[in-house]
Write a protein that binds this ligand. Structure first.
Ligand SMILES: Cc1cc2nc3c(=O)[nH]c(=O)nc-3n(C[C@H](O)[C@H](O)[C@H](O)COP(=O)(O)OP(=O)(O)OC[C@H]3O[C@@H](n4cnc5c(N)ncnc54)[C@H](O)[C@@H]3O)c2cc1C
Length: 336
């Protein structure tokens, strides 16, 4: 059987889902990820000896398609979380889906069978007669791919997509919103009833007791909270330093729960591009000339589900090619 050689830039939910579909169809998939692990905006961090989710804390499917797919994944579990708004009013428990033991575990399992290069920040794509060649800094990677798929957030995609100016323009005109996230582990159990707080607040968007998520292997058994600032507050404090952010969000949380807390560990993250507002009417981008494609949340209604739908739409398109030679039409050495 002929193998098609595909490179995917980015190992978030879009890149990993696309890789999974292509691997199942016997493609040769290589993933280049600039971070040292998978997950992208669904990754986890260490806090003391434990870990906590610092990006999207769960999946909350809106379509049956996504829900059924999640249920079919071996490492996805359900969480009925107790829920309140920031004024303390109880809201009905929230049913969400988690990847276990961490949010990034799903991406790790989806890419099994692919070649993964981490710490690999791709800076340019060079389409040519032999295929598409990738570049890191000044160095061209010594390999030609039949197609390259960009799955990075819009800001990082803009320069990469310069061989397809229309795509680059779409990426550049997508609105991105930032988010500050503070992860805290408490010295003592708080006794707070709800596992999730959300709703109107001047600074906070959401607070989640990460250590209450089922299937988490908490080494220290400490209580861990993830405090997410809302978009307006994150935009207003975009240039603030991490200590100021930590103090402000912890104080806002203390005032919402009406009790002081003492932390044993604190981590602060700034996502400059946490979410997108889609500028495109297409759910994926594919350029026949250069064999460069794009899928990510910024092409489909934002969020994890949008990223997954975008990846699947592009996979459907790529897999609808029946002949390998259709893929990179002219001089494709990989198929000899
Ligand atoms: C704090 C936070 C909370 C969120 N909450 C929710 C929520 O409640 N519900 C929801 O649906 N969504 C939520 N989201 C958004 C959701 O996480 C994203 O929409 C989704 O994860 C996007 O997936 P993706 O694969 O398209 O992109 P990403 O996850 O960003 O993956 C892209 C990958 O590309 C890599 N990369 C970038 N540039 C390069 C390069 N040049 N070379 C190599 N690799 C590169 C990145 O490191 C990253 O791993 C949240 C996001 C954040 C940050």
């Amino acid at each position: 059987m002929k193998h098609k050689k595909i490179a995917i830039i980015g190992a978030g939910i879009a890149g990993a889902s696309l890789a999974h579909r292509l691997l199942k169809a016997d493609y040769q998939v290589t993933i280049y990820e600039k971070n040292f692990g998978t997950g992208g905006r669904q990754s986890s961090c260490r806090i003391g000896k434990d870990s906590a989710d610092i990006g999207a804390p769960w999946f909350e499917p809106k379509t049956d398609l996504f829900r059924q797919w999640l249920i079919g994944q071996p490492n996805v579990i359900r969480w009925h979380a107790s829920h309140s708004d920031f004024s303390g009013a109880v809201i009905k428990p929230k049913l969400v889906y988690l990847s276990s033991p961490r949010q990034l575990s799903l991406t790790q399992s989806l890419i099994k069978g692919a070649m993964l290069y981490t710490g690999a920040n791709i800076t340019a794509l060079n389409p040519g007669k032999l295929g598409v060649q990738l570049q890191r800094g000044r160095k061209k990677i010594n390999c030609f791919y039949d197609a390259v798929i960009v799955t990075t957030p819009a800001s990082q995609a803009t320069p990469l997509l310069s061989p397809c100016p229309q795509f680059s323009h779409t990426a550049a005109s997508t609105r991105k919103t930032p988010s500050w996230v503070v992860v805290i582990s408490l010295k003592e159990r708080s006794g707070i009833a709800p596992d999730i707080f959300s709703g109107p607040h001047s600074a906070l968007f959401r607070a989640t007791r990460d250590s209450s998520k089922p299937g988490r292997n908490s080494w220290s058994r400490k209580e861990i909270w993830v405090l997410e600032a809302n978009t307006a507050w994150s935009e207003k404090h975009i240039k603030s330093d991490q200590n100021t952010i930590a103090r402000a969000l912890i104080k806002a949380f203390e005032s919402a729960i009406k009790q002081p807390i003492e932390t044993s560990n604190t981590r602060v993250y700034q996502w400059l591009c946490a979410r997108h507002q889609t500028a495109s009417t297409k759910h994926y981008l594919w350029d026949e000339e250069t064999s460069i494609g794009v899928c990510s949340d910024w092409l489909n209604s934002s969020g994890s589900e949008g990223a997954w739908l975008s990846a699947n739409a592009l996979a459907d398109h790529l897999l609808s090619y029946t002949r390998a030679s259709d893929f990179y039409p002219v001089h494709n050495i990989a198929f000899t």
